[in-house]
Design a protein around this ligand. Structure first.
Ligand SMILES: *Cc1c(COP(=O)(O)O)cnc(C)c1O
Length: 223
């Protein structure tokens, strides 16, 4: 199957309300260009320098989504052009994004990443940490970041009920946070969940953004 076939297959399963992020981490720019030539404009990367380098080489109307763990010392490489950072997992990280965004005279859209998987290994906040962040005076004074929703990863398992439960949990967190902090803010609208193995379940549970890599570009040698 070609990238074009794969893209068409994935797109055919998505309702209009859901946007597809083609997760191109580790893949060469030629493969991204192929997806671009099939109309794909949203790409997801999880390494700051790799994303910066690809941004320099590829067409400028691509929207770059940062989906991985973001180290504070790497924020500066992506803030000048990133469309959405999915992986805000601390006030400390948000503080650095705010500072770099101010330097670039930008307002950067961000998602709060939550830990919903039944595994120790995944990054993300718990709800009480996120509430602490949102209630802090420091967050309230920030004017160069905008929280646009939430992101999470389900447990890596074949147990579809467990996966569905994780997505339901994330949707509940989205609804709670929306109600308590963003009720009048229509920009807070994104629920980023679902990958190659589970995005169809995520869509059923309310995802607005799905992050699909290997089903489009093939398996990765490393990730
Ligand atoms: C790699 C990655 C994906 C895509 O994974 P696939 O299984 O290849 O679709 C999605 N989200 C995050 C956060 C990732 O790191």
């Amino acid at each position: 199957m070609s990238i074009s076939d794969n893209l068409q297959k994935v797109r055919a399963t998505l309702p209009d309300s859901v946007r597809l992020i083609a997760v191109s981490k580790t893949k060469p720019v030629e493969m991204l260009q192929e997806a671009y030539d099939c109309g794909q404009r949203l790409f997801g990367e999880n390494k700051a320098l790799e994303m910066r380098d690809k941004h320099e080489l590829l067409p400028k109307d691509i929207k770059w989504h940062f989906i991985g763990h973001l180290q504070t010392n790497k924020v500066k490489y992506i803030v000048p052009f990133v469309t959405l950072i999915h992986s805000i997992d601390s006030l400390q990280l948000l503080r650095v994004v705010e500072k770099e965004a101010a330097k670039n005279n930008r307002v950067v859209d961000c998602l709060l990443q939550f830990h919903v998987a039944k595994e120790e290994t995944k990054f993300g906040m718990y709800e009480d940490e996120a509430r602490e962040l949102l209630e802090s005076e420091e967050y309230k004074s920030m004017s160069h970041v905008r929280i646009a929703g939430v992101m999470g990863m389900a447990t890596n398992t074949d147990d579809v009920d467990l996966v569905r439960g994780d997505f339901k949990h994330l949707k509940c967190i989205f609804d709670d946070i929306k109600k308590d902090y963003f009720a009048k803010d229509e920009k807070f609208c994104e629920l980023s969940m679902g990958m190659s193995g589970d995005y169809e379940i995520a869509v059923e549970e309310g995802a607005t953004l799905v992050r699909v890599g290997s089903s489009i570009f093939g398996a990765r040698n490393y990730a």
